[in-house]
Design a protein around this ligand. Structure first.
Ligand SMILES: [Zn+2]
Length: 415
């Protein structure tokens, strides 16, 4: 009995496990198959949409990745069979990937100094922001964007040889489970600081722009993805509903609650009870609004898919500078291919991804920030959100090269 109780108590505080869960790729071709996917998606907790972000966004002719919990596999596969919906098993056992994600840390657990090739917890990243300003006081400043719903600070760093240059704003970790994004923000920051005065390209980037880096925007969700549920995406707020969390990237004031956002609190694309309901999004929006007049570029880093997504996503509409964004994304993508051989796609959101209302890059663009992207980092689905640490270095290197291309254009773009 004691053993049983201990097991129950342990389960209550341990992180969710994904033993036997599979990720299936579906290829809906008919309205009937589409309806079936949406029907499956309507039942809260039955499956977890990896791509697109929720059942509402599924379209005929576009591949869909879903994580199916082990005990629902039989039911789901039977349902797919009913409408002859073909599927491929992309990931055989999700827990195996979760167990293997710390593959760099496992090899060198006692690495001295801050290791940019491993994933870090919220607390470690907060400490790291302090360490950066202490180590590079002439090039880095630190501030707190806001306090989250659960009372966590959201620190950010301002980098550059001057704080009076045009701004380049970057945020990472708006979606909790996309751990490679905060890893990139940390790598990028450290490379800019440590290579200033050493590497002429970095020195120029730091002399011509002022950088605002928010290493983790959705701090509550990110912490929760470490302690409770590796697959968590949303914030951790609750407005009196059965399901918790708001999709922070549907909460911005741009066609809020429109197409590509859900009003169902149990959906992974829930837009929230009101626009900017999430303290972190209110603060991010205010910051962008306050500095829009001097901001040339904005990027939100996400995963996965390897895509440069530029506005618009909330409508089938192109921006006035669509040609510039197309060419720049194409050039950045080419540099990545030359660096690591990885292929990145690009295009306006409505075409390269799917419709999204209330997303940050459309919001930023409409504030007058001309170069605005959501960038989806590695991979294309082999590991999905559970990208192993051994991929961090390569992903950061290729994206740093892309950032050089983008910054070059940002410097030349009038404001
Ligand atoms: Zn995301």
């Amino acid at each position: 009995m004691k053993v049983f109780l201990a097991a129950v108590l342990f389960t209550a505080v341990a992180a969710l496990r994904f033993d036997g869960d599979q990720v299936l790729t579906l290829f809906p071709q008919t309205p009937e198959q589409l309806r079936m996917i949406k029907e499956i998606g309507d039942v809260a907790g039955l499956v977890d949409f990896w791509k697109p972000d929720s059942a509402e966004l599924v379209c005929i002719g576009q591949a869909v990745d879903i994580r199916v919990p082990r005990h629902f596999l039989k039911t789901i596969k039977a349902k797919l069979g009913l409408v002859n919906l073909h599927h491929e098993t992309k990931i055989e056992n999700v827990q195996q990937l979760v167990d293997g994600q710390f593959d760099v840390k496992a090899k060198s657990p006692r690495n001295s100094g801050y290791d940019y090739n491993v994933y870090h917890t919220y607390d470690e990243i907060v400490q790291w922001t302090n360490d950066m300003v202490n180590e590079y006081p002439a090039l880095a400043q630190r501030a707190i964007l806001t306090t989250s719903t659960e009372g966590r600070d959201v620190p950010y760093l301002v980098l550059g040889s001057s704080i009076d240059n045009p701004l380049f704003v970057i945020d990472c970790g708006i979606h909790a489970r996309e751990w490679i994004a905060p890893a990139f923000c940390q790598y990028f920051t450290h490379r800019m600081l440590s290579q200033y005065g050493v590497d002429s390209v970095v020195t120029n980037m730091m002399d011509k722009m002022t950088w605002v880096i928010i290493p983790i925007l959705n701090v509550d969700g990110y912490s929760y993805s470490w302690t409770d549920d590796r697959m968590w995406r949303k914030t951790r707020s609750n407005y009196g509903t059965v399901c918790s969390g708001v999709d922070a990237n549907r909460n911005y004031d741009i066609n809020w609650s429109g197409e590509g956002a859900s009003t169902n609190p149990c959906s992974d694309t829930y837009c929230g009870p009101s626009v900017e309901s999430e303290p972190v999004i209110k603060a991010s929006s205010d910051h962008l609004r306050q500095h829009a007049a001097v901001t040339k570029a904005y990027i939100a880093f996400h995963s996965y898919s390897q895509v440069f997504v530029y506005p618009y996503s909330y409508a089938y509409e192109d921006t006035a500078n669509a040609d510039q964004l197309f060419t720049l994304s194409e050039n950045a993508s080419r540099v990545i291919y030359e660096t690591t051989g990885k292929s990145y796609d690009w295009g306006p959101g409505y075409q390269s991804m799917y419709l999204v209302s209330g997303g940050s890059k459309d919001f930023a663009y409409n504030l007058g920030i001309p170069l605005s992207w959501t960038i989806e980092l590695r991979d294309t689905g082999k590991f999905g959100f559970i990208l192993p640490e051994s991929e961090i270095a390569g992903n950061c290197e290729e994206m740093f090269q892309a950032m050089i291309v983008i910054t070059d254009e940002a410097i030349r773009t009038p404001k």
